[in-house]
Ligand binder design. Sequence first.
Ligand SMILES: *[C@@H]1O[C@H](CO)[C@@H](O)[C@H](O)[C@H]1NC(C)=O
Ligand SMILES: *[C@@H]1O[C@H](CO)[C@@H](O)[C@H](O)[C@H]1NC(C)=O
Ligand SMILES: *[C@@H]1O[C@H](CO)[C@@H](O)[C@H](O)[C@H]1NC(C)=O
Ligand SMILES: *[C@@H]1O[C@H](CO)[C@@H](O)[C@H](O)[C@H]1NC(C)=O
Ligand SMILES: *[C@@H]1O[C@H](CO)[C@@H](O)[C@H](O)[C@H]1NC(C)=O
Ligand SMILES: *[C@@H]1O[C@H](CO)[C@@H](O)[C@H](O)[C@H]1NC(C)=O
Length: 506
Amino acid sequence: MAEHRGLLLFHFSLLALSICPVTSRRYHSPPYTATLNVSDSLAKAHTIVSFDPTADPHFADHHNSSSSDDFSIQFVSRDLLPSSHGYATGRPLSYQALTVARLRRDAARVRYIGHRFRAAASADLKNPPSLLKGQIYSGRREGNDEYLSRVLIGTPARSFYMVLDTGSDVSWIQCLPCANCYEQSDAVFDPSASSSYTPLSCESPRCRDLGYGYACVNSTISSSSATTGSGGGGDGAEGSCLYESWYGDNSFSIGDFATETVGFSREAEFSGLSIGCGHDNEGLFYGSAGILGLGAGSLSFVSQVSARSLSYCLVDRDSIAASTLRIGSRHGGRAEITAPLIRNGTAIPYYYVELTGISVGGKMLDAPPSTFAVNVSNWGGGVILDTGTVVTRLFGKVYAALRDAFRAGTAALPAAEAWSIFDTCYNLTGLESVEVPTVAFHFPRGQELQLPAKNYLIPVDDAGTHCLAFAPSSVPANIIGSVQHQGIRVSIDLVRSRVGFTRRMC
Ligand SMILES: *[C@@H]1O[C@H](CO)[C@@H](O)[C@H](O)[C@H]1NC(C)=O
Ligand SMILES: *[C@@H]1O[C@H](CO)[C@@H](O)[C@H](O)[C@H]1NC(C)=O
Ligand SMILES: *[C@@H]1O[C@H](CO)[C@@H](O)[C@H](O)[C@H]1NC(C)=O
Ligand SMILES: *[C@@H]1O[C@H](CO)[C@@H](O)[C@H](O)[C@H]1NC(C)=O
Ligand SMILES: *[C@@H]1O[C@H](CO)[C@@H](O)[C@H](O)[C@H]1NC(C)=O
Ligand SMILES: *[C@@H]1O[C@H](CO)[C@@H](O)[C@H](O)[C@H]1NC(C)=O
């Protein structure tokens, strides 16, 4: 771990360097420029491709807590998940293949967000996801969400890699007996071996909170499928609660809704949390044991432990260091920049931030502030913070304005062909560093968050091709994705409803 900490420090000193003013200018510069250290981004690209997670299988196990009220959790990128229990990571051999895999997951995530909006807006949310039963999608080897942590579940506690997801509310874990389980890195959770596992009844308020994703059956799935023909459906007790979570792209988890002990360490352990025990699971979570929902809804982990703040900082996507998430009993503390947080967990689980504009090279893009305003009657518009999305999505016109301004400021850089979802790329082979226009997010009261250049001009292969990491949005919202989050601590103050951004505080 000491080694990882060392690397972390190293990255931050580089980040500090890259924000410093530059003296020598290689290309004609617009009024505001930032420096991208090309050799450094390629060196990191090389590091992640050659990293062997089996060399340190416990590297995501380090959690720190002073009490169960305030604790920090380390989490790592999915690309670092060790393989075992039949789960083969199929680690890409080249950085280009890694980028392709990331962008595939990113596209699936955006489709999932689109599905959430359609479900929230229309009656298709009433479609029972169980209609999907019987369809088997084999050979799916891509995980959806990008970040995982070790989570302790049950009594005695066992440790599982779970996806940390700020964009969903219900937490669930794959459970024995499996009617259908995808491969995961840990052994599958066995509820019969946990003394704290208790199925919820249909009458419990937590079951009602599931809303449309809820059903009532006369026996739990595990008892009916474990003992075919006996007992199931006939005990006359009150019905037990079934959850159904559907994620679009034919990904779903269905099973018993139960209470269980969930924790991160001995000090940070919570009993009686409602989680799903998934007996029928399919799709995009490959490798992980399940999802820990950190979204804005009442069933999310954050809401169930009555957290008053949530803060996270994603390290560089190509770093093998762990990122940290803090969940706190106090409000968010101080931040460099603060903006209003808009959320309604009943309607949609996302955290929205009030963004007023975007500038490129110090010049505001031509977009009225209403471009970024959320419509609270259908939760369209607005700006979502989502660590599961990789590349920031902007409404088409805003994206085009940003791209055109960026291209105008980089006319002297050697252009390269479009690459995957990116239409603005450069061949930076052989260059040590380049200057590019600044890109900044603007917030109320004239506050400005200037992004480090590596948060928007990213390598896509190990030869030096770099692309502008923004894309047009195909969903009814703008989404700030993980590339743009990197190295910036985001603190979500649930008491005062505001979001803080602080650079260099990972
Ligand atoms: C770029 O990063 C490398 C380390 O990867 C460092 O040695 C070099 O000094 C940096 N160059 C600039 C211009 O900051
Ligand atoms: C763990 O957290 C405590 C209090 O928050 C802090 O004093 C301590 O230095 C931390 N330890 C590590 C190893 O980060
Ligand atoms: C559950 O059992 C009750 C009586 O014990 C019966 O009336 C009801 O139809 C059953 N429900 C289901 C979904 O099987
Ligand atoms: C949240 O959304 C629900 C469902 O759309 C709505 O009934 C409720 O009034 C909303 N609450 C707030 C505070 O906007
Ligand atoms: C907000 O959404 C509602 C419902 O879809 C729509 O009727 C209304 O025109 C929208 N308001 C704005 C300002 O777009
Ligand atoms: C990128 O530039 C280098 C040197 O300038 C050149 O050798 C290489 O062929 C170029 N790559 C592509 C894909 O054009």
